[in-house]
Write a protein that binds this ligand. Structure first.
Ligand code: CO8
Length: 263
């Protein structure tokens, strides 16, 4: 398999479909995001997305930090022409959006700045009880650059997004759960087991249905309600042309476990 320097990549699970497991791994800098790490993350996500044996992907960090933001030492000398021309740090952010399989962020410790933005670019965030989220860019004389002013207010509402981005304060896991940023909070020691359980559950379902669910929920953010509902109905109807729909419903009626073939 491909050798990466800033991330660890594996596939895990038992059964015909497995899940990808990506660990951000720059421990010296609390997983601060630089171009090399983001290039590797983008490449690993696309490779797992293209792997027919993979149903979904977990992205996690260390116990102390999911990622403490973009690498400040790298960004310090940036000027506009270089940053713009080379798409510095930003060039890989749209990669996460291209992934069509579900991506679970399993967050322990700090998820700050670009780290919080990577988590928000995933499809759901599972938080350890020691997780801390924030957009502290204001302290550095800049603003969030990868969704912090866009995805955060959609997740937690305008007032809390303003509060976090304007004061730079951190929010703990309990507050993040109340605000709707994270799907649930689990004890730190159980974070990986819980993420694995969620991923393993997805591996037992129809890949078509998983991908259609993700596509349709994401559509809710991009379109007015009537268009989103229409999009959902079209996909819903389309799935009745799949063998997996016959298998899923047939198995229920025959009181047996389904055996999806992803067709
Ligand atoms: N960049 C570079 N190095 C970092 C970063 C970072 N963001 N965060 C931590 N480190 C390094 C520290 O410099 C330190 O290195 P060393 O041991 O060599 O001194 C090491 O990691 C350990 O960190 P600390 O000693 O500071 O650990 P503490 O436990 O005392 O503190 C904190 C942890 C509170 C997380 C602290 O490290 C901190 O405040 N970090 C910076 C957080 C921050 O400001 N993040 C936002 C960065 S700006 C950003 O993300 C913009 C997003 C743009 C997205 C892309 C746009 C296109």
């Amino acid at each position: 398999s491909t050798a990466y320097e800033n991330i660890l990549v594996e596939t895990r699970g038992e059964g015909p479909l497995r899940y990808g497991w990506i660990t951000l791994n720059r421990p010296k800098a609390l997983n601060a995001l630089n171009d090399a790490l983001m290039d590797e993350l983008g490449a690993a996500l696309l490779a797992l997305d293209a792997d027919e044996g993979v149903a979904c992907i977990v992205v996690t960090g260390s116990e102390k930090a999911f990622a403490a933001g973009a690498d400040i030492a790298m960004m310090n000398p940036f000027n506009f022409p270089d940053a713009y021309r080379r798409g510095l740090i930003s060039r890989n952010w749209d990669t996460i959006r291209q992934v069509r399989k579900p991506v679970i962020a399993a967050v322990s410790g700090f998820a700050l700045g670009g780290g919080c933005e990577v988590a928000m670019a995933c499809d759901m965030i599972l938080a350890a009880d020691n997780a801390k989220f924030g957009q502290p860019e204001i302290k550095l004389g800049i603003i969030p650059g990868a969704g912090g002013t866009q995805r955060l207010p959609r997740a937690v509402g305008k007032s809390k997004a303003m509060d976090l981005a304007l004061t730079g304060r951190m929010m703990d896991a309990a507050e993040a759960e109340r605000a709707g940023l994270v799907s649930r909070v689990v004890p730190a020691a159980e974070l990986h087991a819980e993420a694995a359980k969620a991923a393993q559950a997805m591996c037992g379902y129809s890949l078509l249905a998983l991908m259609a669910t993700k596509e349709s929920i994401n559509r809710a953010y991009e379109s007015p309600l009537a268009e989103g509902l229409l999009f959902e109905r079209r996909l819903f109807h389309a799935l009745f042309s799949s063998a997996d729909q016959k298998e899923g419903m047939g198995a229920f009626l025959e009181k047996r476990a389904p055996n999806f073939t992803h067709r």
